[in-house]
Design a binder for this molecule. Structure first.
Ligand code: PGA
Length: 268
């Protein structure tokens, strides 16, 4: 039985920040300072145009490059869009799917999120699926119901063996970019709920393997408490991932919180 702990994962979401030249300088610093780091996977989800610079520059073993979005179709008449095949060809391994800013500002529905997630899996990428409630939904007491629904819809048609490869980020919308973090207890409770939901639908093995992150104003100061929770396997970091000092401190906290030496779940 799987007594091993899941390896911690710290993913930076740069959003629309940094040019390719700035990316090169930033990743060079990460290389220098993260060279010996073991026991925590680090992903930087950079803007599309920064991907080549990030992939070319990333040398430290623990750093992997991710994208922030992709289209679900492999190719075709979709002006301005990027497919999983294009990302993979550049050496991208992870892709954020269903971020609340995409849902809110670009009209991404649960149906679209599901299509993207399945396309990412089909393209051998690791989707980082974002779910989370608004402040109104939290106040109305529908957080649990909403998160379960988002997960159900996003994972519709996905097989249990594929769920092992997925990363789920719990990101309460009211905590994103606001400086308001969920309390450790609230974050822990929802992450545990997500794992329980995965267990119900996909079984115990999938629930044991799936990595669940917390996102929403995680920073160098509050990371330790959040990362100490057994059901929180890492963080999806926006603002604080733009500063090398902050980001590296969070990674160090993740290493301290003790991931393990289990290999990342292989991409099938
Ligand atoms: P934040 O962003 O850390 O700036 O709150 C998190 C996210 O949007 O993924």
């Amino acid at each position: 039985m799987g007594t091993k702990k899941r390896r911690k994962l710290i993913a930076g979401n740069w959003k629309m920040n940094k040019t390719p030249s700035q990316t090169k300088v930033f990743v060079e610093e990460l290389n220098r300072r993260l060279e010996g780091v073991r026991g925590c996977d680090t992903v930087i989800c950079v803007p599309f145009v920064d991907i080549p610079a990030a992939v070319r520059t990333a040398k430290a073993r623990c750093i992997t490059v991710g994208a922030q979005n992709m289209h679900h179709e492999p190719s075709g008449a979709y002006t301005g869009e990027i497919s999983s095949q294009m990302l993979q060809d550049l050496g991208v391994k992870y892709v954020i799917v269903g971020h609340s800013e995409r849902r809110r500002d670009f009209g991404e529905t649960d149906v679209i999120v599901n299509k993207k997630l399945r396309a990412a899996l089909g393209g051998n990428m690791i989707p980082i699926l974002c779910v989370g409630e608004s402040i109104e939904q939290r106040e109305r007491g529908v957080t649990e119901e909403l998160i379960c629904l988002q997960i159900k819809e996003a994972l519709s048609g996905v097989e249990a063996r594929q769920v092992r490869r997925i990363v789920i980020a719990y990101e309460p919308i009211w905590a994103i970019g606001t400086g308001m973090t969920a309390t450790v207890e609230d974050a822990r409770e929802v992450c545990a709920l997500i794992r329980a939901q995965i267990r119900r639908v996909f079984g115990a093995a999938a629930a044991r393997s799936v990595r669940i992150l917390y996102g929403g104003s995680m920073n160098a100061k509050n990371a330790k408490g959040l990362l100490a929770c057994p059901d929180i396997d890492g963080g999806l970091i926006g603002g604080a991932s733009l500063s090398a000092d902050e980001f590296i401190t969070i990674i160090e906290e993740a290493v301290q919180a003790g991931g393990d030496d289990e290999k990342p779940v292989p991409v099938e």
